[in-house]
Design a protein around this ligand. Structure first.
Ligand code: CS2
Length: 487
């Protein structure tokens, strides 16, 4: 792939870089160079490089070198395949100039981040990459990676540790800090990232020059949206058939894409607005809308869909019971908690329902079901708290929570094991084993996981009871029937 010239690609009808790649220099380091970044931010940056060549991206993987290893032989070029019922449109992305593996190239990564040309460090490290307590959003000071990084600040392994190590080097050199832009699905992701990074720096020594310097870093919030299923071997062949060449790691996505960014970049930024991003003063209303409507529906569909035997989201939403549930969850339960205009929310909902139904995406329910302990608080539980404050019912959200409880028992409705992926998987497994199939015991055990439910929710009788009753129904009648009974 690396030898393929963009002129050749365009001659074959493939959308490819409209710039000379040899003139592009880096301005951004991105931590967490997974599929999501490569379908979203890297595509926006690719569109603006022709006019703004100093904003190329150096990516870094914090856990595994697989992205670097796949992309290096193809000069970090890759295919973004945009799919819907009308077909697959390939586009070649060239904005990623290099990928570093943090484990083996740590010194080089920190040195790159300390280079004056780098003005933005962006992140998609997923919820668990923040090493925080998901229910409070505070740094988890006992997290093994944080404990490690505080003891060895020069060889950090966590995202906060790496960011602070690079900031320290910039401070020592008298350079201005870079801007840290979180692109993860967290509420107030900029504020959350800022709180965590500042706390980490304080733990290293409150009142020191470094802690003060870190106070001056800006952390704009962003709302990022594009559905990106994990790439499969079948996808690799589809892409090879269309483009005529092998790509070790193409990325599959949908036509829809949205990016709302808080405009707070003292170190400068590329003109993201010139390629379709919305620059606003306050991202929070957009984030809440997305987390509660899109992601809340996604997680609910993932657990209920998986338990009902649906492998993909489009299969789950094609089930009339699940479609009605998701429509009701958004309209009756989530929308009244959101500050946007009703008409905006209705249009957003209808667009989401169409996106979920995209038959070409093949988005696995199992993929979304992953890391539930990190996702539930902002996707379902925040909405439930607001419903409780307003003394309003929340039957569908509670069924979503109960479906997660049923799912983490690790046994599906046919008695087959479920591969539960979650940073707290071992603890969840133990709770489920101790409870057996007793819904009360299971609900009580899981409600005591404060990282998910906090200390407030488990005390609310109506919350406990509604969730426990749904869990009972799921265990006795199965997911399809539990959904049907909700009506
Ligand atoms: C999904 C999200 O995997 C998941 O948990 O809900 O990744 C979702 O596809 C994106 O947030 C869409 O923007």
């Amino acid at each position: 792939m690396s030898e393929i010239h963009s002129g050749t690609l365009r001659a074959r009808g493939i959308h490819a870089m409209d710039y000379d790649r040899s003139t592009i220099t880096p301005g951004i380091v991105h931590l967490g160079i997974g599929a999501f970044h490569r379908a979203h931010m890297a595509a926006y940056v690719d569109s603006l490089l022709a006019k703004n060549p100093s904003w190329g991206i150096i990516g870094a993987s914090l856990r595994r070198p697989d992205t670097r290893d796949a992309l290096q032989p193809q000069d970090f070029l890759y295919t973004l395949a945009i799919r819907d019922a009308s077909g697959t449109k390939p586009r070649i992305i060239g904005s990623i100039l290099d990928v570093l593996d943090a484990n083996t190239q740590r010194a080089q990564l920190i040195e790159t981040m300390a280079d004056p040309s780098i003005r933005i460090v962006s992140l998609t490290v997923t919820e668990k990459g923040y090493c925080h307590d998901p229910s409070t959003g505070e740094l988890d000071e006992k997290h093994p990676d944080i404990v490690h990084d505080l003891a060895h600040p020069e060889t950090p392994i966590s995202a906060p540790g790496i960011i602070v190590a690079a900031l320290e080097r910039r401070r020592q050199r008298g350079l201005a800090p870079f801007t840290v832009m979180s692109c993860d699905n967290l509420p107030s992701n900029g504020k959350t990232a800022g709180r965590i990074v500042r706390r980490f720096a304080e733990l290293g020594g409150a009142g020191t020059d470094l802690a003060d310097y870190v106070q001056s870093v800006s952390f704009p919030s962003t709302m990022i949206d594009r559905i990106v299923p994990a790439t499969t071997d079948a996808d690799r062949s589809i892409v090879a058939d269309i483009t005529g060449f092998d790509d070790a790691w193409p990325i599959m996505t949908e036509p829809f894409t949205q990016w709302v960014i808080e405009d707070d970049f003292p170190a400068g930024r590329p003109p993201f607005e010139s390629v379709g991003a919305e620059l606003v003063e306050d991202v929070e209303p957009f984030e809440l809308m997305k987390l509660r409507m899109l992601n809340g529906s996604h997680s609910t569909m993932a657990y209920l869909g998986y338990l009902s035997g649906y492998q993909y989201v489009n299969e789950a939403i094609a089930d009339a019971g699940i479609a009605k549930l998701v429509h009701g969850l958004m309209t009756e339960e989530a929308m009244p908690t959101l500050p946007m205009a009703r008409a905006t929310l209705e249009a957003y909902r209808d667009q989401l329902l169409a996106r979920f139904a995209n038959p070409a995406l093949k988005h696995r329910t199992w993929q979304i079901a992953m890391d539930g302990t990190q996702k539930l608080p902002q996707r379902l539980l925040g909405t439930i708290r607001d419903r409780l404050k307003a003394a309003q019912p929340f039957p569908r959200l509670a069924l979503g929570v109960a479906a997660w409880m049923r799912y983490v028992t690790g046994i599906d409705e046919a008695g087959q094991p479920i591969e539960v992926k979650d940073p707290l998987a071992a603890r969840l497994r133990q709770i489920a084993d101790e409870a057996g199939r007793d819904p009360e015991k299971l609900a009580n055990g899981l409600l005591a996981v404060t990282e998910v439910f906090g200390t407030d929710l488990p005390q609310v009788a109506v919350f406990r009871d509604t969730v426990t009753n749904h869990l009972k129904s799921l265990l006795e009648n199965g997911a399809k029937e539990a959904v049907r009974r909700l009506g």
